[in-house]
Design a protein around this ligand. Sequence first.
Ligand code: GLY
Length: 441
Amino acid sequence: MRIGLIGSGGREHAIAKILAKNRGRDSLYVYGSHLNPGIQKLAALSSVGSMQDVETMKDFFTGNKVELVVVGPEVPLIAGVSDRLRRQGIRVMGPTQAQAHLEGDKVFMRDLLRRRVQKGSPQWKEVRDVETARNFIREVGQVAVKPIGLTGGKGVSVMGVHFQTIDEALERVQTSLEQDGVVLLEERLIGEEFSRMAFVADGKIMGMPVAQDFKYAYDGDQGGMTGGMGAYSMADGSMPFLTKDDLQEADLILQLTVNAIEEETGAGYRGFLYGQFITTAHGVRVIEYNVRLGDPEAINMMALLDTDAPEFFGELADGQLRKENAAFLPQASVCKYLVPAAYPQSGSEKIVVNLKDEDVNQEGFSIIYASIIEKPQGLETLGARALAVVGIGTDAGNISAGIEALLGRIEPATLRHRKDIGDVQIIQKKVRKMESLRKGM
Ligand code: GLY
C-alpha cells in the first residue's frame, strides 16, 4: 500500500518513522513545505509546495497512486485537504474542513463547548470593541488575550505573565481588533497544563499517554513563547500532578467534544484530536483544541506507539477504532528540541550543523529532523526548531539526564536546548504547586 504524509516538521518525521517501520521507503510519499532530510531518507518521493494548496496535494497523491494519507499540520486540514482527497477516493487520517474549525476558530470552539458540551471552559467573551473588553476584564480580573485564528502557538498573551495592566491588555485587544475585527478574551487559568491527545474514529476516542510541553524558550520557563522546546511523558501514561479524576474529566470533555463536532458537522471525525488542558484548583479546563498531533508531543508519542501504524491509521481513516489494535509501550519519554541560539527571534537562519544520525542514535536515543535542510556543506537550519533528540526508558529523570550527557558531547555550539525538560526536581515542583493550589494556599 502506498501511504502519503503531509508535512515536513519534527512531528511529521516522527510519524514518517512509524509509517516506514516494517514497510520500507518504497511505500511513503511525502508532501511538505521543505525537504526534511530525515523524512527524505524514509520516503520513495518527497515533494515541496504550499500547505494551503489542496489541489496540488491532490494531484501529487493521485498521480502517485497513494491510497492512504496521514495529515500532519493544521493548515492543510483547515484548507480542506481531507474533503478534497476523500472525493478522489483516498483514505484520509484527518478531520474535515468544517471539523478543523475546532482549531482554526477559537470562538467557534468556545461556542461549541457552551452549546453542546457545557463544561471545560473558563469565563470567556467574544469581543468586537475595546469598551466590551474593558468591562469583561473589570468583571473577571486577569485575562488571556487570544487572537481567534492560528498563531503557531505564539499569539496568546496572558495578564500577569506577558503583561500586567488593563491598559496593556487593551492595547493587545486593539491590535487584534485591527487585524481580525474580533478577539477572544478568557479568564486567566492558574494550574498545570497537560496535553491529552487521542485517536478518534467511529464516534470514540483512544487517549494517548499524557505529555507536557515546555513552551518557553529557556530553562525555568524564561523568555518568549515558542512552538514547544520539548516534552516528556511518564511510564504510567499520566502526570504526577494530575488526579485520576482530572484525567477522567479530560477524557470526558474530549469525548463530548467529538460528539458535539460530529453532531454539528454531520460527519464522523477521523484523525487526531489534541486537547490542551489545564488542571486548576477548580477542575480541568480546555485551553485549546488542535485537530492534529502536538509538536513536540507527537515525537514522544510516536516513539512509544507499539503497533502497525499504517494498518491502524488505515482503520481510523475508514472510521473504525479498535483499541486492541494499538498500544503504547509502558515507558516514559523525553524529547528536547535543539534550536538556533536566537530562536524564537529570527535572525539566526542558515547555521550549518554538522551532526550525524549515528552521533545520536545510540543508548536508546534517536534524532528527529525538523526545520533543517541538507546542503552540500552539511545541514543548514531554517530558523525554527532544527532537530530533536528523543529517548524512552523507565523514568523521565534518567532519560533527561541521558540526553544531557549525550548533548554535552555532541551539541553543535550554534544550537541550544532546554536542560530542564523531564527533570525530576521540576516535576516535583509541579506536584507541590498543584497540592498548594488544591488546598487553596
Ligand atoms: N505543543 C504545542 C502545539 O503543538 O501546538
